[in-house]
Design a protein around this ligand. Structure first.
Ligand SMILES: Cc1cc2nc3c(=O)[nH]c(=O)nc-3n(C[C@H](O)[C@H](O)[C@H](O)COP(=O)(O)OP(=O)(O)OC[C@H]3O[C@@H](n4cnc5c(N)ncnc54)[C@H](O)[C@@H]3O)c2cc1C
Length: 287
């Protein structure tokens, strides 16, 4: 199918994009890599009256790191994150480049953007999962200026976020290093969205876990943290038994939907298997 008719505007700055969003109203949509939006428009699942093409806003294409953490500009491609070679960033936040290969195919990773993925808020998107896992903050810019939204408040429903109609996402910030972190997922064909995905991060002191994060994708309307599984790990000595208990707790805590890709029971089973795999890799990594 073809999209319904729309106006097209190309901008070169955040100010231009925000003033057009404000002027054109809620029917206008930002176009970044187009890897989600254009497909939705072709199927007429989205019918924006206007597109504001931000793909040439070069100022939003960057990854920087310093003692305050990592900053990823909204227009940074998935591929640029995959190729992250800054020695400090790639050591402290290595779960990002290590997980990028799960996203679509090479061509999609070359064009799709980090900010577009977070703004699109797919409940199985790897960057959404890792943003939640790593306690990210989202920078939103609107006509009133800039605000910083903790990731826990950002995803509000299926493909829904806290962004107002006249705001755009400009940056994602990650402050705390989680060197022991990993993401695993299952899909029937390479490059498809995950049926279920699990991400795990632990802070370790010797073989003792001082803090833990478990995030699951594909089982709810948004990516979710599983507090029941995290509490099994925090304060525990990490061994196969603790990992198995945490994985089982995660499977008990989720309430997945049933669809053509699998039943709720199948998704619960995948949750347990994938949490175990993610924890095994997270703990082994960074040793
Ligand atoms: C075959 C295929 C397989 C894929 N597999 C995966 C996968 O396994 N995992 C995965 O995570 N993704 C997958 N994707 C989606 C891909 O990662 C997209 O690139 C991503 O979801 C959206 O990024 P984009 O830059 O293409 O955004 P666009 O498609 O341009 O925009 C998506 C939405 O976000 C909004 N938006 C974009 N940028 C901003 C911004 N800066 N501020 C506010 N709103 C903004 C747009 O208005 C639109 O509503 C796949 C896509 C395809 C076509």
């Amino acid at each position: 199918m073809k999209p319904s008719a729309f106006e097209y505007h190309r901008v070169r700055s955040v100010d231009e994009a925000v003033s057009l969003l404000t002027r054109l109203g809620g029917d206008a949509k930002l176009l970044a890599g187009g890897q989600s939006l254009v497909g939705m428009m072709n199927f007429r699942l989205a019918r924006p009256s206007a597109l504001i093409d931000i793909s040439l806003v070069d100022a939003l294409n960057y990854i920087t790191s310093n003692e305050e953490g990592l900053r990823i500009g909204a227009l940074t491609s998935h591929r640029a994150v995959e190729r992250l070679d800054d020695p400090v960033a790639s050591e402290r936040f290595s779960v990002l480049p290590r997980s990028a290969h799960w996203i679509g195919h090479y061509a999609i990773r070359s064009v799709g953007t980090f900010g577009g993925s977070i703004a699109h808020a797919d409940p199985a998107a790897e960057w959404c999962m890792l943003a939640l896992l790593l306690d990210a903050e989202v920078v939103a810019v609107g006509p009133q200026g800039e605000r910083v939204v903790p990731i826990g408040d950002f995803f509000t429903g299926f493909l829904q976020t806290d962004l107002a109609e006249d705001e755009m996402l400009t940056e994602v910030r990650i402050r705390t290093a989680w060197p022991h972190a990993a993401l695993h997922e299952f899909s029937r064909r390479h490059g498809d969205f995950a049926i279920v995905a699990a991400a795990a991060a632990v802070q370790m002191s010797g073989d003792h876990c001082t803090d833990a994060r478990i995030v699951i994708g594909g089982v709810d309307s948004t990516v979710i943290r599983v507090a029941d599984a995290e509490s099994v790990l925090t304060g525990a000595t990490i061994n196969a038994e603790a990992i198995g208990e945490a994985a089982a707790a995660a499977a008990r805590a989720v309430d997945p939907p049933e669809d053509l890709n699998g039943s709720a029971a199948y998704r619960r089973h995948l949750t347990e298997v994938l949490v175990r795999r993610a924890l095994d890799e997270a703990i082994a990594h960074g040793e």
